[in-house]
Design a protein around this ligand. Structure first.
Ligand SMILES: Cc1cc2nc3c(=O)[nH]c(=O)nc-3n(C[C@H](O)[C@H](O)[C@H](O)COP(=O)(O)O)c2cc1C
Length: 351
């Protein structure tokens, strides 16, 4: 694997190619700690938050809202903001730096109706000047690096994409993450990895590739095929939070802390058993950080996202959906994982 990649200009000097994707309702402290449980020792990357609205953020108690709760030792957070106005962005960036952000990511990929109506998220891709201005505002306001997460251009127009990413580079972005689907595709269809390779050729910045990565082999393949500088994974990390362990093992990193002497789960049965242990750990973490009602809902959402990789996943989802307390969720997990379970490597990613 080619490791001579463009370095991400973060103060903690990332040396590992995997990154968790920002996901509303999922990439909170609970999922981050679950993924970190399996993180190889010595591997350095960065972690996201959920998308944070820059209009609302300045009025909220940072660190106390579900989206900004963090563990005290998370020094590698690159929160993602949604916005398009100078003052809210400036204030949000300043507050997030005080909160401990190592970098700031700007969302230019969110395709939901509300974002389009307010002219941010992927709407910014409709206007390269505006997108560059928003990037400049964030860069001017920040002492830490600023990145942009974007989608494919309209109708997969490469000429547009080339101009767009060059404008972002000129506006001072420190790296780009590309999820190569058009806004209309949302998360359906196939991510066009060829566009990741293309974007990397258009700029001198590090480029992180994203979309449809499910296994350690996919990580390797995306790095090899696109020459990207990092691989961002969303949905599959909810099911296979030990993906970093598998990738790290292949790259020669030490096992995660507390798992010295163990090998990463690889077979369908090993992964099935680990999913049970991982989910039990997740509920423990949620109990520590979230009030029960919210924590139960978020756990159910995580399970809903992860069950396509589990052979009898719909049964687990049905059991978990009935739970109203953390204890009931734990009982459901005990009941389901009392039988041997198996996971599949790849699944159709339809939602
Ligand atoms: C439930 C959910 C919420 C998401 N929310 C965000 C978000 O807030 N910001 C963002 O940039 N992308 C968001 N995404 C998109 C992911 O970051 C990622 O680009 C997409 O899922 C493709 O990667 P994957 O195939 O590895 O899941 C979300 C995805 C999911 C499944």
């Amino acid at each position: 694997m080619n490791l001579s990649r463009r370095p991400l200009p973060l103060s903690n000097a990332p040396n590992f190619p995997l990154v968790l994707a920002p996901m509303v309702g999922l990439s909170h402290v609970g999922l981050r700690l679950l993924v970190r449980r399996y993180w190889p020792q010595g591997a350095v990357s960065f972690f996201p938050t959920e998308m944070l609205n820059s209009r609302r953020l300045p009025g909220q108690p940072l660190g106390a809202t579900p989206e900004t709760k963090r563990s005290h030792d998370e020094q590698d957070l690159v929160p993602q903001i949604l916005g398009n106005e100078e003052e809210p962005i400036r204030r949000s960036v300043t507050l997030l730096e005080e909160w401990g952000a190592a970098g700031i990511d700007i969302n230019m990929g969110c395709p939901v109706e509300k974002a389009l109506k307010h002219n941010y998220g992927v709407a910014l891709m409709g206007d390269p000047d505006y997108a560059a201005q928003v990037t400049e505002i964030a860069v001017r306001s920040a002492r830490v690096p600023v990145s942009v997460k974007l989608r494919a251009g309209p109708q997969n127009d490469r000429e547009f994409l080339s101009k767009f990413v060059r404008r972002l580079e000129g506006a001072g972005a420190s790296w780009l993450t590309l999820h190569p689907r058009t806004p209309e595709q949302k998360r359906r269809g196939r991510a066009d990895w060829d566009q990741i390779r293309f974007v990397r050729e258009q700029v001198r910045l590090p480029v992180i590739g994203n979309g449809d990565v499910q296994t350690a082999a996919d990580v390797k393949r995306m790095l090899a095929e696109t020459h990207c500088d990092g691989v961002m994974v969303g949905r599959a990390l909810t099911a296979r939070p030990w993906l970093a362990w598998q990738v790290g093992e292949d790259l020669g990193f030490a096992p995660p802390s507390g798992l010295e002497g163990c090998r990463a789960p690889r077979t369908p049965l090993e992964e099935g058993a680990e999913m049970g242990r991982g989910l039990k750990y997740f509920v423990q973490v949620m109990r520590e950080y979230f009030p029960e009602k919210l924590g139960v809902r978020r756990t159910q959402f995580l399970v809903r996202t992860s069950v396509p990789w589990l052979t009898f996943g719909q049964h687990l989802f049905a059991l978990m959906s009935r739970g109203e307390t953390y204890a009931q969720l734990e009982n459901a997990l005990d009941e389901f994982f009392a039988q041997e379970q198996t996971m599949v490597g790849s699944t159709e990613l339809r939602s």
